[in-house]
Every structure is written in structure tokens, then in C-alpha cells.
Design a protein around this ligand. Structure first.
Ligand SMILES: Cc1cc2nc3c(=O)[nH]c(=O)nc-3n(C[C@H](O)[C@H](O)[C@H](O)COP(=O)(O)OP(=O)(O)OC[C@H]3O[C@@H](n4cnc5c(N)ncnc54)[C@H](O)[C@@H]3O)c2cc1C
Ligand code: SF4
Length: 514
């Protein structure tokens, strides 16, 4: 079991072959693979080690406990909410278990446009197979498709749209539906119940409530990580110092560039913190006559890919996916005040949400903010991306109407749009999508330490190693060269698996022991 550095008190001085920063979708994989191969591994995780015993299925308790900035992290102008986990297991503890390999057309684009011929289908195949086996990826069965997903499939099929029931990483799922708040049944195969215990069983020393704040370079090599024990509010207490031959940075696409910029390293390209893609998503809410109880059952199982054709154009498109709604999150996104808001919430248990999620070309940035817990995230939508999102909203409304919704709400903050079947949907494109005027969320921030063959335009090479600092690797979603255009957890894990194997292959060249 991990040691909680804040609860233990005092300072930490450690020495290891490898220091892994972050225990989420990428970090846990790297830690487990490296420890299993016999290296001494220290993992630093800023969040607490919560387990299924602590997951109460209550939003007001879980959001502050498990999410960055209590689930209220947002871009500097407040235009996009950015949801990220802050706990052992990272965002995989909250994710919704869609499990997709990297689309082949995206890998092809990364090879040809980003100088990464090493990312061949054959080279990735072993990593995909290993992580899928560890995460127990399998198809969602017909009886596991819940009512909102069935309705969305019905609407999509009535319109002749392409869609399918996806793979997921759950085992013995009781279909409780609380995935976003942490699975109380250990059915979700997040890092918390897969790679983290594997890493610990192989001898990795995991420190929770341990925030890395600076990576030091000596003799041109990454060699030391400095930071503090932190409490739940992110306040610094005892100090920590880990000397290591190799540092694997896997703090996620917001914290990883923040840490590199604060350390003043690995940025000869000027690209650290740039190229932020968010997969921004926007919701339409269909109100049905019958009780649906949208929070029951596996939240996302159907996936509409009618409006993305990566083989034809790997740079654009959007997908439609159902979204689960708990009372607090739903009411926060529901427009209106007082009586109007109350009336809308009365239809809560008859409401089905459908998201348009964009494969974005828009590129934002991350830079250090006033506090270590609050980096500055900037993001603006390019006109073509805003157009695509508006078009996506139109299709969400069509699908919900075709599924039988008697009205669909588009939650513009000032003047929500309520559309009955037969209404003119062109009003959506007339209003468009402007950040700040309608709720927009991101659960997939990525690409802020992007991978590429050219050190002048990228931060890490095809194996996640910094172009500038030997022995410094990045193994999280920040390495994606572009927006992925698909759910990212398997790509993140597979690239981290590959990075770990590369470290093992090159171990003898990676500098003197710490
Ligand atoms: C609500 C939600 C739903 C999602 N649904 C899906 C889905 O259905 N399918 C899918 O494929 N993907 C989904 N994802 C995305 C998926 O979870 C991510 O792809 C994956 O977790 C990314 O891994 P990562 O290592 O980049 O970051 P994370 O998993 O976020 O891990 C980063 C870790 O680093 C820690 N950390 C940060 N800063 C520091 C520091 N300074 N020192 C020490 N530790 C630090 C954080 O606390 C965190 O634990 C979803 C994400 C969310 C939030
Ligand atoms: S739906 Fe399954 S995986 Fe999600 S919280 Fe419920 S039991 Fe866990």
C-alpha cells in the first residue's frame, strides 16, 4: 500500500533507478512495467490514495475529493471546464471506460506529418495487446446497454447514421452508473485496480499526497525531483527529494508542461505548453415523456461516428456520445434561475444528454499560474471548429427528436433554446457556439508536450524522451502530436508501455546510477 506523505509527516529523501511523476493513465503503466523488470521505482502522486471504500457515490463529496480544483478547473476566460483526476489512478478513476485503440489514420498522420515513422501499426500492436489484456478490454454486451444509450441508438438508426456499441474496460460491472465518481465495486478496470497494484507488488514505492514541483538536470541529464508533501487543498508541508537515473513525467497534459516550464528545462523548441487540444464537448438535453433515470446503468456504451471520417480527413470531424447526468452536475449546466431552473430540473429523470465532441484543430496553451495547483489554461475555438460544434449540436437535436424526445434543450446561458420536433434547427447555426455563452467541457486535454521527429517543433521523440534532456521521458496524454479524435486512455497507456520498454532496452546508455 502507498505511503501518504502528508499523513506520515516529515520530509522524504529517496533514491531510485526511476522516479515516475503521476500515477494515472500513463504513469501507472510506466511504473508497473519498469518495476516488473526489476528496476527500483519511486512514484510521486499529488493526490490521496482513495479506494472503492471511499467512493460514496455522492457528488458533493467526490467532486472535491477526486478532481483537480474540485471539478471546477477551467480555462482562463471561463469558457471551458477541464475535468481531470487528482488521486492515485489519475483520471482513469473517473473515466467512462470507452476503450479504443489509436485510429489507424491518426497513426498514419503522426508518421507522415510529424516525422514519427517509428509509430508503425506493427510497432504499436504489442503495446495495444498488453494494455488491453491488463485493463480487461472487451465488448459491452447487449443487456448492458442502458436506456439512454438505447434511445440514442434508436434515434441514430432511424436517421441512418453510423454508430456502434463500443468496447470497455469493466469486469463484473453491476451497472451502478457512478463511474465518474469512482467505482465502489472495483468493477471499473482503472489504474487504481490494475497497474497501480501491479507496480506496488513489483516493489515500486508509491507516495501519495506528494507533489513534484521541479525537475533538476545535472551534467545534461535529468537527475533529481524536488517537491512537497501536500494536503487536500494543495498546501505545501514537508519537502521531498528523489534522486533518480531516469525521470518519467506523467502528470497529465496540464501539470506536465507546467512542471517543465517551472523547471526551465526541455523547451528549446518553445513548444512546451503549446498545442493544447481539448476535445471540447457540448451537450443537448432531450426530454422524454417516460421516466428514464439516466444515471442508472453503464453511462456510455453507444458511439455515433457518422460525422468523422479519419481515413478521408484525419484533421477534422466530431463524434456524438451519450452523457450521464447526476443532480449537481446537471443543475450546474441547466440554464435559468429560481422557478425556471426548478421547472427544468423537474424533468431531470426524463432527460437524456447527448454530446458532440470535437476532434479539434484549435490549439490553446498551458503556462504556470499564480499557484502550483492552478496553472493558466488558455483556449479559443477557431471559426471552423466553432462551426463544426454547432453542426454537431444540430445532429444531437435530430437524434434526440428521432428517439422520441418531445423537446430538446440547448443550454445557452442567457437564453436557452428549446426545440420541439419540426422546429427550425437553423437557429442553432445562427446562434453558433461561442465560448462563454454555452457550457463547454473537456475531459481529454492533450498534446502540450508533443511528440515529433523534429526537435525544433516538438518536445519529445517517438519514445517519449525529451529532445533536450537525456533520461527525461514524458508518458501521458501530453505527448499526442495532434488531437486524437477518439477516446484517449488506450493510446495513453500503449504509448507509456512503449516508453517503458524503450527505457529498459536502453537502460545501459541512460547515464550513471543515482
Ligand atoms: C470524466 C472523464 C471521462 C473520461 N472518459 C474516458 C473514456 O471513456 N475513454 C477514454 O479512453 N478516456 C476517457 N477519459 C480520459 C482518460 O482518463 C485519460 O486519457 C487518461 O487518464 C490520461 O492519463 P494521463 O496519465 O495523461 O493523466 P491522468 O490520468 O489525469 O494522470 C495524471 C496524474 O498526475 C497527477 N499529478 C499531476 N500533477 C502532479 C504533480 N505535480 N506531482 C505529482 N503528481 C501529479 C494527477 O493527480 C493525476 O493522478 C476520461 C477522462 C475524464 C476526466
Ligand atoms: S457502471 Fe460498473 S464500472 Fe461504472 S460505477 Fe457502476 S459498477 Fe462501477
Amino acid at each position: 500500500m502507498s505511503i501518504d506523505l502528508f499523513e506520515r509527516g516529515g520530509d522524504l529523501r529517496e533514491r531510485a533507478d526511476v522516479c515516475v511523476i503521476g500515477s494515472g493513465g500513463g504513469g501507472a503503466v510506466a511504473a508497473a512495467e519498469l518495476a516488473a523488470a526489476g528496476l527500483s521505482v519511486v512514484v510521486l502522486e499529488q493526490g490521496h490514495h482513495w479506494t472503492s471504500r471511499n467512493f460514496t457515490q455522492r457528488e458533493e463529496e467526490m467532486l472535491p475529493r477526486l478532481f483537480e480544483e474540485a471539478g471546477m478547473r477551467q480555462t482562463a476566460d471561463g469558457g471551458v471546464i477541464v475535468l481531470q483526476g487528482r488521486n492515485v489512478g489519475g483520471s482513469t478513476v473517473h473515466n467512462l471506460c470507452y476503450a479504443f485503440r489509436t485510429p489507424p489514420a491518426i497513426l498514419e498522420m503522426w508518421r507522415t506529418e510529424h516525422g514519427l515513422p517509428e509509430l508503425s501499426d506493427a510497432a504499436m500492436a504489442g503495446s495495444f495487446a498488453r494494455v488491453e489484456a491488463s485493463l480487461k478490454v472487451k465488448p459491452i454486451l447487449e443487456h448492458e446497454v442502458n436506456t439512454p444509450n438505447r434511445l440514442i441508438r434508436k434515434g441514430s438508426e432511424a436517421l441512418g447514421y453510423s454508430g456502434f456499441v463500443t468496447n470497455h474496460n469493466r469486469e463484473n460491472c453491476v451497472q451502478a452508473g457512478y463511474c465518474i465518481l469512482g467505482c465502489s465495486y472495483d468493477a471499473k478496470q482503472s489504474m487504481l485496480v490494475t497497474y497501480v497494484p501491479t507496480a506496488e507488488a513489483a516493489g515500486a514505492r508509491l507516495y501519495a499526497s506528494a507533489r513534484a514541483e521541479r525537475i533538476e538536470v545535472s551534467g545534461g541529464q535529468a537527475h533529481r525531483v524536488l517537491g512537497h508533501a501536500v494536503d487536500a487543498a494543495g498546501r505545501a508541508h514537508g519537502t521531498l527529494e528523489v534522486e533518480a537515473r531516469v525521470v518519467v513525467l506523467a502528470a497529465g497534459a496540464v501539470a506536465s508542461p507546467d512542471l517543465l516550464l517551472r523547471s526551465g528545462i526541455a523547451n528549446s523548441s518553445g513548444q512546451v505548453g503549446k498545442n493544447l487540444h481539448l476535445h471540447p464537448s457540448i451537450m443537448a438535453a432531450g426530454v422524454f415523456d417516460d421516466e428514464i433515470h439516466p444515471y442508472r446503468g453503464i453511462p456510455q456504451s453507444y458511439y455515433i461516428d457518422e460525422f468523422i471520417d479519419l481515413e478521408r480527413d484525419p484533421h477534422r470531424g466530431y463524434v456524438l456520445m451519450p452523457i450521464t447526468g447526476f443532480p449537481i452536475l446537471t443543475s450546474a449546466n441547466m440554464p435559468g434561475f429560481g422557478r425556471a431552473h426548478y421547472e427544468r430540473m423537474r424533468s431531470y429523470s426524463r432527460t437524456v444528454g447527448l454530446l458532440a465532441l470535437l476532434h479539434d484543430a484549435s490549439a490553446g496553451s498551458v503556462e504556470p499560474g499564480k499557484s502550483l495547483s492552478k496553472p493558466t489554461i488558455r483556449y479559443a475555438l477557431e471559426p471552423n471548429d466553432a462551426l463544426q460544434l454547432a453542426e454537431g449540436l444540430v445532429h444531437c437535436v435530430e437524434v434526440l427528436h428521432a428517439a422520441g424526445a418531445r423537446e430538446v434543450l440547448i443550454p445557452y446561458h442567457d437564453e436557452p433554446l428549446v426545440l420541439a420536433p419540426g422546429d427550425d434547427l437553423a437557429e442553432i447555426t445562427r446562434r453558433g457556439v461561442k465560448l462563454g455563452e454555452i457550457p463547454v467541457a473537456s475531459t481529454h486535454p492533450q498534446s502540450t508536450c508533443r511528440m515529433g521527429g523534429d526537435p525544433a517543433t516538438s518536445v519529445v521523440n517517438a519514445f517519449g524522451e525529451s529532445h533536450d534532456v537525456p533520461g527525461l521521458f514524458v508518458a501521458d496524454m501530453s505527448v499526442f502530436p495532434t488531437s486524437l479524435g477518439a477516446p484517449p486512455q488506450i493510446t495513453t497507456a500503449a504509448l507509456a508501455d512503449r516508453t517503458a520498454r524503450h527505457i529498459l532496452d536502453r537502460w545501459d546508455e541512460l547515464g550513471p546510477s543515482a
